[in-house]
Write a protein that binds this ligand. Structure first.
Ligand code: TYD
Length: 158
């Protein structure tokens, strides 16, 4: 069994999710999994922030359409925490292209697109740390306890 560790990750609920009224549906999936919301806000993503966030794709032919899409409406950014939160959220989100994603994942259930794929989730610990800092100031992140913590996480609760 892989090791369990408390992690934080960055989620973006992208413009198509806001336009298609899927924000609640998507948030609910993360919430029901047991992940804790430690930061959340609505924003329009500025040019420089998108260019930094998708730096690894800047030479791709689809970069301009990706930028247009990401700026086509406000997004909601969230920081989530929980046991193995980074890999757990990537599984909930599913692989990049909606038409290839497994049923049960957000993209698999709700997207048929390779670009308008509803949600971003950090892909590793280093990226998650950088991405949370990119979108949140320290004072916008909350440290608090939830009473369901032991039921959600503990393997020796009963
Ligand atoms: P990437 O970081 O490769 O995927 P993921 O979002 O699954 O971590 O790509 C970032 C976004 O770029 C992706 O969510 C949608 C867009 N994109 C395209 O529009 N076309 C493509 O061929 C790829 C690979 C990505």
């Amino acid at each position: 069994m892989s090791q369990q560790q408390e992690e934080k990750t960055l989620i973006i609920i992208k413009p198509d999710a806001i336009q298609r009224s899927l924000f609640g549906e998507i948030l609910g999936r993360f919430e029901r999994k047991g992940l804790k919301i430690i930061g959340m806000k609505m924003m329009r993503i500025e040019d420089v922030v998108i260019e930094e966030h998708y730096e690894h794709l800047k030479d791709k032919p689809f970069f301009q359409t990706l930028k247009n899409y990401m700026q086509s409406s406000p997004v909601v950014v969230m920081a989530l925490s929980g046991v193995n939160a980074i890999s757990a959220t990537r599984l909930i989100v599913g692989p990049t292209k909606g038409y290839e994603a497994d049923a049960g994942s957000i993209r698999g259930d709700l997207s048929l697109s390779g670009q308008s794929n509803l949600v971003h989730a950090s892909d590793g610990p280093e990226t998650a740390e950088k991405e949370i800092k990119r979108f949140f100031e320290e004072k916008e992140l909350f440290d608090y306890k939830k009473p369901d913590y032991k039921l959600v996480y503990s393997e020796d609760y009963f």
